[in-house]
Design a protein around this ligand. Structure first.
Ligand code: NAD
Length: 163
Protein backbone atom coordinates (compact mmCIF):
# COMPACT_ATOMS: atom_id res chain seq x y z
CA UNK A 1 0.00 0.00 0.00
CA UNK A 2 2.84 2.41 0.82
CA UNK A 3 5.37 1.03 -1.67
CA UNK A 4 7.72 -0.22 1.05
CA UNK A 5 8.38 -3.70 -0.37
CA UNK A 6 12.10 -4.55 0.12
CA UNK A 7 12.92 -1.08 1.45
CA UNK A 8 15.68 -1.12 4.05
CA UNK A 9 14.39 0.61 7.18
CA UNK A 10 16.34 1.35 10.37
CA UNK A 11 14.24 2.00 13.49
CA UNK A 12 15.95 3.05 16.73
CA UNK A 13 14.49 2.46 20.20
CA UNK A 14 12.43 -0.47 18.91
CA UNK A 15 12.32 -2.72 21.99
CA UNK A 16 8.92 -1.37 23.05
CA UNK A 17 6.35 1.36 22.63
CA UNK A 18 6.16 3.36 19.42
CA UNK A 19 9.37 1.88 17.96
CA UNK A 20 8.10 -1.67 18.34
CA UNK A 21 4.72 -0.76 16.83
CA UNK A 22 6.51 0.97 13.92
CA UNK A 23 8.68 -2.12 13.43
CA UNK A 24 5.65 -4.32 12.94
CA UNK A 25 3.92 -1.75 10.72
CA UNK A 26 6.89 -1.38 8.36
CA UNK A 27 7.62 -5.13 8.30
CA UNK A 28 3.98 -5.96 7.50
CA UNK A 29 4.28 -3.56 4.54
CA UNK A 30 7.13 -5.73 3.20
CA UNK A 31 10.14 -3.72 4.35
CA UNK A 32 13.33 -5.24 5.73
CA UNK A 33 13.48 -3.68 9.18
CA UNK A 34 16.76 -3.24 11.03
CA UNK A 35 15.89 -2.48 14.63
CA UNK A 36 18.12 -1.18 17.38
CA UNK A 37 17.80 -0.51 21.07
CA UNK A 38 20.09 0.11 24.01
CA UNK A 39 18.40 -2.83 25.79
CA UNK A 40 19.19 -5.87 23.68
CA UNK A 41 17.45 -8.40 25.98
CA UNK A 42 14.07 -6.65 25.82
CA UNK A 43 14.54 -6.02 22.10
CA UNK A 44 15.12 -9.70 21.31
CA UNK A 45 12.22 -10.81 23.54
CA UNK A 46 9.85 -8.26 21.95
CA UNK A 47 10.74 -9.38 18.45
CA UNK A 48 9.96 -13.07 19.00
CA UNK A 49 6.22 -12.86 18.09
CA UNK A 50 7.03 -10.77 15.00
CA UNK A 51 9.78 -13.12 13.82
CA UNK A 52 7.40 -16.04 14.38
CA UNK A 53 5.08 -14.41 11.81
CA UNK A 54 7.91 -14.53 9.26
CA UNK A 55 8.49 -10.77 9.20
CA UNK A 56 11.93 -9.67 8.02
CA UNK A 57 13.47 -8.00 11.07
CA UNK A 58 17.09 -7.88 12.26
CA UNK A 59 18.12 -6.73 15.74
CA UNK A 60 21.22 -4.77 16.76
CA UNK A 61 22.25 -3.41 20.14
CA UNK A 62 22.89 0.35 19.90
CA UNK A 63 23.17 3.39 22.14
CA UNK A 64 22.13 6.22 19.80
CA UNK A 65 24.51 8.73 21.42
CA UNK A 66 27.50 6.57 20.44
CA UNK A 67 28.88 7.97 17.14
CA UNK A 68 31.15 4.97 16.47
CA UNK A 69 28.21 2.60 16.88
CA UNK A 70 26.26 4.57 14.21
CA UNK A 71 29.22 4.22 11.86
CA UNK A 72 29.53 0.46 12.41
CA UNK A 73 25.76 0.01 12.06
CA UNK A 74 25.64 1.91 8.76
CA UNK A 75 28.68 -0.03 7.47
CA UNK A 76 27.12 -3.36 8.43
CA UNK A 77 23.68 -2.61 6.96
CA UNK A 78 25.23 -1.17 3.78
CA UNK A 79 27.47 -4.21 3.33
CA UNK A 80 24.58 -6.65 3.70
CA UNK A 81 21.67 -4.71 2.15
CA UNK A 82 23.29 -2.09 -0.10
CA UNK A 83 22.27 0.94 1.96
CA UNK A 84 19.54 2.44 4.14
CA UNK A 85 16.36 3.79 2.51
CA UNK A 86 14.51 5.01 5.59
CA UNK A 87 15.53 6.01 9.12
CA UNK A 88 12.96 6.20 11.91
CA UNK A 89 14.84 8.13 14.57
CA UNK A 90 12.57 7.05 17.42
CA UNK A 91 14.79 6.30 20.42
CA UNK A 92 14.29 8.72 23.25
CA UNK A 93 13.79 9.04 26.94
CA UNK A 94 11.31 11.14 28.83
CA UNK A 95 11.37 11.96 32.52
CA UNK A 96 8.13 12.55 34.35
CA UNK A 97 9.68 14.91 36.92
CA UNK A 98 9.85 18.68 36.46
CA UNK A 99 12.76 21.13 36.66
CA UNK A 100 12.56 21.23 40.48
CA UNK A 101 12.57 17.47 41.04
CA UNK A 102 14.84 16.20 38.23
CA UNK A 103 18.60 16.02 38.53
CA UNK A 104 21.04 17.68 36.16
CA UNK A 105 22.30 14.22 35.12
CA UNK A 106 18.74 13.16 34.14
CA UNK A 107 18.30 16.35 32.08
CA UNK A 108 21.73 15.90 30.45
CA UNK A 109 20.95 12.31 29.40
CA UNK A 110 17.53 13.26 27.95
CA UNK A 111 19.11 16.06 25.92
CA UNK A 112 21.99 13.84 24.76
CA UNK A 113 19.72 11.06 23.51
CA UNK A 114 17.19 13.41 21.91
CA UNK A 115 19.63 15.77 20.22
CA UNK A 116 22.72 13.69 19.50
CA UNK A 117 20.78 10.96 17.73
CA UNK A 118 19.22 13.60 15.49
CA UNK A 119 22.59 15.12 14.62
CA UNK A 120 24.27 11.77 14.00
CA UNK A 121 21.52 10.56 11.70
CA UNK A 122 21.16 13.50 9.26
CA UNK A 123 20.99 12.42 5.65
CA UNK A 124 20.58 15.51 3.38
CA UNK A 125 19.70 14.62 -0.23
CA UNK A 126 21.38 17.68 -1.80
CA UNK A 127 18.89 18.11 -4.65
CA UNK A 128 15.62 19.88 -5.44
CA UNK A 129 12.32 18.02 -5.02
CA UNK A 130 10.51 16.54 -7.99
CA UNK A 131 6.83 17.64 -8.07
CA UNK A 132 5.69 14.02 -7.69
CA UNK A 133 7.58 13.85 -4.38
CA UNK A 134 5.42 16.58 -2.84
CA UNK A 135 1.96 15.25 -3.71
CA UNK A 136 2.09 11.99 -1.63
CA UNK A 137 2.72 13.82 1.68
CA UNK A 138 -0.32 15.96 0.85
CA UNK A 139 -2.40 12.81 0.34
CA UNK A 140 -1.08 11.39 3.61
CA UNK A 141 -2.00 14.49 5.61
CA UNK A 142 -5.50 14.40 4.13
CA UNK A 143 -5.95 10.68 4.82
CA UNK A 144 -7.26 8.58 7.73
CA UNK A 145 -3.65 7.52 8.41
CA UNK A 146 -3.04 11.06 9.66
CA UNK A 147 -6.17 11.03 11.83
CA UNK A 148 -4.30 12.07 15.01
CA UNK A 149 -2.35 14.89 13.32
CA UNK A 150 -3.84 18.33 13.73
CA UNK A 151 -2.20 21.63 12.94
CA UNK A 152 1.16 19.88 12.32
CA UNK A 153 3.78 20.92 9.83
CA UNK A 154 5.21 18.07 7.75
CA UNK A 155 8.63 19.12 6.48
CA UNK A 156 9.24 17.75 2.98
CA UNK A 157 12.65 19.20 2.06
CA UNK A 158 15.07 16.34 1.38
CA UNK A 159 16.87 17.08 4.66
CA UNK A 160 17.70 20.70 3.71
CA UNK A 161 16.59 22.26 7.01
CA UNK A 162 18.30 19.60 9.16
CA UNK A 163 21.68 19.84 7.38
N1 NAD B 1 4.58 7.91 24.00
C1 NAD B 1 4.35 9.23 23.92
O1 NAD B 1 3.23 9.70 24.16
C2 NAD B 1 5.42 10.19 23.48
C3 NAD B 1 5.18 11.57 23.57
C4 NAD B 1 6.18 12.44 23.12
C5 NAD B 1 7.37 11.96 22.61
N2 NAD B 1 7.57 10.61 22.55
C6 NAD B 1 8.84 10.16 22.01
O2 NAD B 1 8.62 9.08 21.11
C7 NAD B 1 9.69 8.15 21.24
C8 NAD B 1 9.16 6.77 21.63
O3 NAD B 1 8.35 6.90 22.78
P1 NAD B 1 7.80 5.63 23.56
O4 NAD B 1 6.63 6.08 24.35
O5 NAD B 1 7.62 4.49 22.62
O6 NAD B 1 9.02 5.37 24.56
P2 NAD B 1 9.45 4.02 25.29
O7 NAD B 1 10.15 4.45 26.54
O8 NAD B 1 8.31 3.07 25.40
O9 NAD B 1 10.50 3.39 24.28
C9 NAD B 1 11.71 4.04 24.00
C10 NAD B 1 12.73 3.01 23.58
O10 NAD B 1 13.96 3.71 23.32
C11 NAD B 1 15.02 2.98 23.90
N3 NAD B 1 16.14 3.86 24.18
C12 NAD B 1 16.24 4.79 25.16
N4 NAD B 1 17.43 5.38 25.13
C13 NAD B 1 18.10 4.82 24.09
C14 NAD B 1 19.40 5.02 23.56
N5 NAD B 1 20.25 5.89 24.09
N6 NAD B 1 19.77 4.29 22.49
C15 NAD B 1 18.92 3.38 21.95
N7 NAD B 1 17.68 3.13 22.43
C16 NAD B 1 17.28 3.85 23.49
C17 NAD B 1 14.44 2.37 25.16
O11 NAD B 1 15.20 1.24 25.61
C18 NAD B 1 13.03 1.99 24.69
O12 NAD B 1 12.98 0.68 24.18
C19 NAD B 1 10.65 8.71 22.30
O13 NAD B 1 11.67 9.43 21.63
C20 NAD B 1 9.76 9.63 23.10
O14 NAD B 1 10.51 10.64 23.73
C21 NAD B 1 6.65 9.74 22.99
Amino acid sequence: MYGLQHKIVVITGAAKGIGLAATEAFAVEGAVVIVTDIDNDILEASLQPLLAKGLRIEAHQQDVVDELRWESLVEDVTARHGGIDILVNNAGIGILSNVETSTFEEWRRVMAVTLAAGVLSKIPMKRMAKPREIAPPMLFLASEDASYMTGSELIVDGGYLAA
